[in-house]
Design a protein around this ligand. Structure first.
Ligand code: FES
Length: 124
């Protein structure tokens, strides 16, 4: 038997705006320890090998607060806190149910456009 691939990847946006920039970002004074909290919670539960937390650059949803993307499933969670991360681990990652109350609003996360369709739209 080979080495099992992870069941989940969790991309946590770790982008911070430079000091003085008015642009919102996912890492600030109140949110700088969320990645550590995510990784430690996965470690404590003994599932860090099969759930891989990734420090990500900007995921292009900066106005939605601290965000993270769960793959597979393409689920974007927004406005993260330590409490919401704990619930996402328990209910989604372990329990298999997306935690709808923390999912980014639909209007900010509409269906994807497949690359081939985008190329057709642009006449390429
Ligand atoms: S800074 Fe996190 S989505 Fe842009």
């Amino acid at each position: 038997m080979g080495i099992p691939q992870p069941a989940f990847y969790i991309f946590k946006c770790e982008q911070s705006a430079p000091p003085g920039m008015p642009k919102p970002s996912c890492v600030g004074p109140n949110t700088q320890d969320l990645f550590q909290h995510l990784a430690q919670s996965l470690m404590k539960k003994g599932i860090i090998g099969t759930v891989q937390p990734i420090r990500s650059a900007c995921l292009n949803r900066c106005n939605a607060g601290s965000v993270m993307l769960v793959e597979p499933g393409h689920t974007m969670y927004a406005g993260l806190t330590k409490e919401s991360i704990d619930r996402i681990i328990d209910e989604h990652i372990i329990g298999g149910n997306v935690v709808k109350e923390f999912v980014i609003p639909d209007e900010l996360w509409d269906a994807p456009i497949m690359p081939a369709d985008m190329m057709k739209q642009m006449g390429r």
